[in-house]
Write a protein that binds this ligand. Structure first.
Ligand SMILES: Nc1ncnc2c1ncn2[C@@H]1O[C@H](COP(=O)(O)OP(=O)(O)OP(=O)(O)O)[C@@H](O)[C@H]1O
Ligand SMILES: Cc1ncc(CO)c(N)n1
Length: 517
């Protein structure tokens, strides 16, 4: 595929941290070719807005037509719109051109607190929203769009996002950057009310100028690249944003809220060297590019989780998971799954025991041994429960392992012959995807019925959301990602592959019953 063309329609920031200037950097950093049509010229810096000049709207239309008459547009990101008249002009162009991906960041007030949209333009903005695929309001903007008071807590914000999403038939990314406290949760809410959570600990920095602009441009670019997989695009954009926010203190721009470091990941991992002019010819003298540094455990955690975002979404969409959540999964298929799960757990326990035997420290050795014991107890319980499932019921050990079960087990066994790091990495998706699913099932992300005591599989669903298992999952993630941070690049790469392959097996494992056949 050629590089996607992404158009930003927004205002300017001469200090380069927000607006169109930020959008162009964000689009480039996320893999797109950036273009920009200016809605308003803003004399602003990291401390605040001084003056806004809005050129005649006919000139904005001329800019937009100049682009669309010549260039294939793969995505549009819309930011500051300044006035109702500008909104009408953009709406008129959107209706004519119909870009395949449109993300609207309903910018109203800058990080500094200054207005970027006329107070009387709210109704016009509401009319523009249904033309977008996704809107990305912060909490005050969400409240205005919803016609409510600003949300006092995250639950209330999600309620407002559901309202707007349903009314305007648009996806809403509710952003928690303005919440008090040490968390900055975001959530993607679909028109039907489905919620995809993007949790994240607050990064301790005041360099948040232009985070909203940059994020929306990044999502538009990623969505254009991945065929409008919005969950995947958001996950990838957020991982990039967090890396860029965390590196913002390497820049020295202004004395107010500084900008993010849009290219920190690229410079760190890609360097600044230009390719040699001819094969074998030496590169021009490098201007001391930053050398590659080993990623931190936290960065690896984020990277790996984002890498399996697609696999996780496909898992969410399995009929087995949907049927398990809403209780429509036929009992027979449930029991088939339980039998395979028991067979799997028996082997998983042996692999965990092997990881324990290979562990480099007593603490890790004890932890993995405890997990091995937990897995084999789980196997015994499933076996017993299925024996008691009813008249004529057979225990799980009478079942034949399926090709999928055998394949998954073989992947783990093979990884366990290649040293502690790879063995431990392969066991991780079973912890992580299962705990994540559990938390979302019982959190209501798959519908309220999954939380009901009347649910036919209530008892089984409860085992998904066991706090001890959640804690063990955190410990396992910590051990594995720290081992990866300390490993050589080659070992780290083998760990990542073992992890990703196990995640695919995890999806296949959930998808093996007749529900998805
Ligand atoms: N300190 C932080 N650490 C981590 N993520 C953050 C932080 N601040 C904001 N974010 C994230 O940045 C994105 C923008 O969030 P926010 O709610 O601040 O939007 P905004 O107000 O539109 O941004 P802007 O500051 O550009 O106006 C969200 O994904 C949010 O979770
Ligand atoms: C032009 C422009 N758009 C958006 C924002 C919000 O950060 C800003 N400060 N400036």
């Amino acid at each position: 595929m050629t590089v996607v063309n992404v158009l930003s329609i927004a205002g300017t920031d001469p200090t380069g941290g927000a607006g169109i200037q930020a959008d162009l950097k964000s689009i480039a950093a996320n893999g797109g070719y950036g273009m920009a049509a200016v809605t308003a010229l803003v004399a602003q810096n990291t401390r605040g807005v001084r003056e806004v000049h809005v050129p005649p709207t006919a000139f904005l239309t001329a800019q937009l037509d100049a682009v669309s008459d010549d260039v294939r547009i793969d995505a549009v990101k819309i930011g500051m719109l300044a006035s109702a008249e500008v909104i009408e002009a953009v709406g008129e162009w959107l209706r004519r051109v119909r870009p395949p991906v449109t993300v609207l960041d309903p910018v109203m007030i800058a990080t500094s607190g200054d207005r970027l949209l006329d107070a009387d333009a709210t109704d016009a903005l509401r009319r523009l929203i249904p033309l977008a695929d996704l809107i990305t309001p912060n909490l005050p903007e969400l409240a205005i769009v919803a016609g409510r008071d600003p949300a006092g807590c995250w639950e209330e914000a999600l309620g407002q996002a559901r309202l707007v999403a349903a009314e305007a038939d648009v996806r809403v990314l509710a952003k928690g950057g303005h919440l008090p406290g040490d968390q900055t949760p975001d959530a993607l809410v679909s028109p039907s009310g489905e919620v995809l959570d993007f949790p994240g600990a607050r990064i301790p920095t005041s360099n948040t100028h232009g985070t909203g602009c940059s994020l929306s441009a990044a999502i538009a670019t990623r969505a254009a690249r991945n065929g409008a997989d919005w969950g995947g695009a958001t996950a990838e954009a957020k991982a990039w944003l967090r890396e860029s926010l965390a590196a913002s203190d390497r820049l020295d721009v202004g004395s107010g809220h500084g900008p993010l470091h849009h290219f920190s990941g690229l410079w760190t991992r890609g360097g600044l060297d230009t390719a040699p002019a001819a094969p074998g010819a030496p590169a021009a003298a490098p201007t001391a590019p930053p050398g590659p540094t080993a990623p931190t455990a936290e960065a690896i955690r984020e990277d790996w989780w984002v890498r399996i975002a697609g696999v996780r979404r496909e898992t969410d969409d399995l009929r087995f998971i949907r049927g398990l959540a809403d209780g429509t999964l036929p009992r027979e298929q449930f029991l088939d799954y339980v039998a395979q799960d028991a067979l799997y757990l028996g082997a998983y326990a042996r692999v965990l025991a092997r990881v324990s035997a290979l562990a480099p420290s007593a603490e890790e050795q004890a932890f993995w041994a405890k997990c091995a014991q937990g897995a084999i107890i789980g196997e015994l319980e499933l076996h017993r429960a299925r024996l008691e499932a009813g008249p004529g019921a057979a225990g799980t050990r009478d079942a034949e392992p399926s090709a999928t079960t055998t394949g998954y087990i073989n992947h783990l066994l093979a990884a366990s012959t290649r040293g502690y790091e790879e063995a431990a990495a392969a066991t991780l998706p079973c912890f992580w995807m299962y705990a994540d699913l559990g938390a979302r099932l019982t959190g209501g992300a798959f519908g309220e019925f999954a939380r009901s005591a009347d649910h036919p599989y209530a008892e089984w669903l409860a085992t998904y959301d066991d706090p001890v298992f959640a804690e063990d999952t955190e410990t396992a993630i910590g051990f594995v990602t720290r081992a990866a941070a300390q490993a050589t690049p080659a070992t780290r790469e083998r760990m990542r592959r073992a992890f990703e392959a196990a995640a695919v097996w995890e999806r296949e494992f959930f998808g093996q019953t007749a529900a998805d056949a």
